[in-house]
Design a binder for this molecule. Structure first.
Ligand code: G4P
Ligand code: NA
Ligand code: NA
Length: 190
């Protein structure tokens, strides 16, 4: 799986700058269902025996891999929704997060009815960069009282601090591929 994913990244993505990789053809604009199923099988295998009750992600690009993982685990997928302007909602957990690529702030929210202290959740995300979006969802999980079993990431840009910071805070982070550098327009895997 990991070798296949690396090949697809090399063939179908392009380096935009020394810190941004365009992955529209496999993650952000088009997805390959079979490849995405393999991601789900891999995450499900790595977190088997963890009694996961829900998979969580943030819309929109996290949804395909989170969906296949939830499908293989046989549990529901909850995706945090993004709102431009947030009307205070007592029935939802909300967090404000800065977006690395879009250069703006958005609010993410999860309805209280879909995440409770009975849940053991696996957080799946497509890309981890600085981890700001991830930290927003993790705060929501904490506030709900659910247990965070770990995080599965399709592409970790390990030259940015997100993955490392989350691991340092005690969260198990499993990445399918780790990119060490995009310098000189070249994708260098770890
Ligand atoms: P994160 O590490 O927790 O993802 O947070 P960060 O604030 O660093 O990144 C915010 C957004 O930018 C995320 O998408 C993330 O996937 C995206 N991103 C960061 N680096 C790259 C990159 O090199 N390539 C691509 N293609 N995306 C990158 P998002 O705002 O959650 O939006 P969406 O894609 O889910 O709509
Ligand atoms: Na994204
Ligand atoms: Na995402």
């Amino acid at each position: 799986m990991m070798e296949k994913l690396k090949t697809r990244i090399l063939q179908e993505s392009s380096v935009v700058s020394s810190d941004v990789l365009r992955m529209d053809a496999i993650i952000n604009h088009m997805v390959d269902p079979e490849l995405t199923m393999e991601m789900g099988r891999e995450f499900a295998a790595r977190f088997a025996e963890q009694s996961i009750t829900k998979v969580v992600t943030v819309e929109s690009s996290g949804i395909p891999a989170a969906f296949t993982t939830a499908y293989v685990l046989g549990v529901p997928l909850v995706f945090a929704r993004r709102k431009k302007t947030l009307i205070a909602d007592p029935d939802a957990y909300c967090e404000r997060v800065p977006s690395f690529t879009k250069g703006m702030v958005t609010d993410i929210m999860v309805s209280k009815q879909f995440l409770t202290s009975d849940d053991r959740v696996l957080f799946i995300d497509d890309i981890i960069a600085n981890g700001d979006a991830a930290r927003g969802l993790i705060k929501i999980i904490e506030r709900s009282g659910a247990a965070l079993v770990g995080m599965g990431v399709v592409v970790e840009k390990s030259f940015q601090a997100g993955g490392r910071t989350l691991r340092e805070s005690g969260i198990r982070v499993e990445s399918l591929v780790r990119i060490a550098s995009l310098e000189g327009g070249e994708i260098t895997f770890e």
